[in-house]
Design a protein around this ligand. Structure first.
Ligand SMILES: C[S@@+](CC[C@H](N)C(=O)[O-])C[C@H]1O[C@@H](n2cnc3c(N)ncnc32)[C@H](O)[C@@H]1O
Length: 456
């Protein structure tokens, strides 16, 4: 079974494809990862059409073309998602005395909506992408407020500014990743080591073997004056290189900036007027959308829907799949270690229990010899998985499980619907049973965790 993703602000799905894997980019195959986007929530109609039209990466995705601020996350609460993806826009806060409020109405609402999804879905992990500016918003206060908020929601947060070029993306693109791991998951997210710091992929490599006639590779409409300007600008140059008769007034260095074939591209933009369309290093023209898609590491078999401007927007907005892939793999590792691992419990010579097929990621501290009770039975009547990490508890016999159930039913009339269960393998009844998480915590204080041995 795949880990279920609820994707928000999905765009054309670059981030999601990085989680799905099973794509090829520049002749390198990125193997399938165990994730599936079940729901994709996106406001932009054309981006939704791209997702709906695709029958490889989003074949099993239910695309919701809606405004996130108008969607109630509680409607999806029972669908039990493992991962929430998104990228709320950069927010700033107004801080007056001790009161903290959101400054920007639209972005503030989108941020609140994303937090609302985290609170309602309680995914095991969330990953959100943001622009570098979020680190300095409110002179660094905004990021503190955001961190506090996610921590209060029950997540351990890792925030990392990365340059996607260092992870094999042919583009200098700095972005901040927020990775939240639900606090009850006893694992740490390790930031993947950059793989390409000293060997960035260049724009020339990125454009290798583009089939001229492939989809989304049409040339942009271009004024003759634009062509004249581009002819006057050398590779790697920009508007500052224009002769007086072609000069334009501009402030930003990326205006009419041409790529350099032996370097990664500069950041691909989603929108903007004349001079911001990213320009070929050799030919006097704007890049085609397929070239832009290559710089964003979209696989060639993803077809974008919409006008040139809309496709440019979808591509420029994206999180590069290749860059996020190692992050997704690390999240997959964490989720795998929480999967049910009880496979086989065996008695040998009446005394020794072998636990086979045990998750190899079990920490050493649980690899201890079994204790036996005074009747010679292992002091181990059930195994409890906590988020699905295998821990054994002593002294929870049939009658105790019944007692526990009774107490819990009293305490929570709907306890069967609690989000978190501990699966208990009851050795006596040879059945699986479950108890809620907070009960586990209570039992843990009463009972000692017995020592047991894991034989591989
Ligand atoms: C930075 S892009 C996300 C890109 C995407 N993660 C990817 O990797 O391709 C943000 C997306 O949020 C969408 N969006 C903006 N406001 C929204 C809203 N109110 N509800 C839903 N989606 C919204 C935009 O249309 C845009 O596609």
């Amino acid at each position: 079974m795949s880990f279920k993703i609820f994707s928000t602000f999905t765009g054309a799905g670059g981030l999601d494809i990085g989680f799905h894997g099973n794509f090829t980019f520049l002749d390198t195959y990125y193997p399938k990862l165990n994730f599936e986007t079940i729901k994709a929530l996106e406001l932009n109609k054309q981006a939704c059409e791209t997702l709906e039209n695709d029958n490889k990466y989003f074949a099993n995705t239910d695309v919701l073309n809606e405004d996130i601020t108008k969607v109630n996350p509680n409607d999806f609460k029972d669908e039990k998602y493992d991962v929430l993806l998104g990228g709320f826009p950069c927010v700033t806060f107004s801080i007056v005395g001790k009161r903290v409020g959101l400054k920007d109405d639209i972005n503030g609402k989108l941020y609140e909506s994303f937090v609302g999804f985290v609170e309602a879905l309680q995914p095991k992990v969330f990953l959100a992408e943001n622009v570098k500016g979020i680190l300095s918003a409110n002179k660094g206060e905004a990021i503190k407020i955001i961190t506090k908020r996610f921590e209060e929601t029950g997540y351990k947060l890792k925030i990392k500014l990365i340059n996607f070029a260092d992870y094999g993306v042919p583009q200098l693109r700095q972005r901040v990743l927020f990775i939240g791991i639900r606090k009850d998951i006893d694992d740490e997210f390790n930031i993947p080591k950059p793989t390409h710091i000293d060997n960035h992929v260049t724009s020339q490599e990125a454009f290798r073997k583009i089939n001229k006639n492939c989809v989304n590779n049409n040339l942009m409409k271009q004024l003759a004056t634009t062509t004249a300007k581009l002819e006057a600008i050398p590779e790697g140059g920009n508007f500052k290189d224009l002769p007086p008769e072609l000069a334009v007034k501009a402030l930003m260095s990326n205006i009419y900036r041409k790529l350099e074939r032996n370097k990664p591209a500069y950041t691909v933009l989603a929108s903007g007027g004349g001079g911001t369309w990213s320009y070929h290093y050799e030919e006097p023209r704007a890049l085609t959308n397929r070239e832009r898609a290559r710089l964003q590491t979209f696989p060639d078999d993803l077809i974008f829907k919409g006008s040139n401007t809309e496709v440019r927007r979808q591509i420029g907005n994206a999180v590069p799949a290749v860059g996020v892939y190692p992050f997704a793999r690390e999240i997959e590792r964490i989720l795998n270690s929480t999967i049910k691992i009880l496979k086989k419990v065996k008695k040998v010579n009446g005394k020794v229990i072998q636990i086979r097929n045990i998750d190899k990621t079990l920490t050493r501290k649980y690899r201890k010899p079994i204790k036996f009770d005074r009747y010679g039975y292992p002091n181990l009547s059930c195994y409890v998985e906590v988020n699905i990490r295998c821990i054994s508890l002593s002294g929870v016999y049939d009658k105790d499980v019944a007692k526990i159930k009774k107490i819990m039913k009293k305490k929570y009339s709907n306890w069967q619907n609690q989000d978190e269960y501990l699966w208990v393998y009851n050795q006596n009844s040879k059945s699986m049973d479950y108890v809620p998480r907070d009960l586990y915590l209570a039992i843990k204080n009463i009972h000692t965790i017995p020592k047991f041995k894991i034989l591989k």
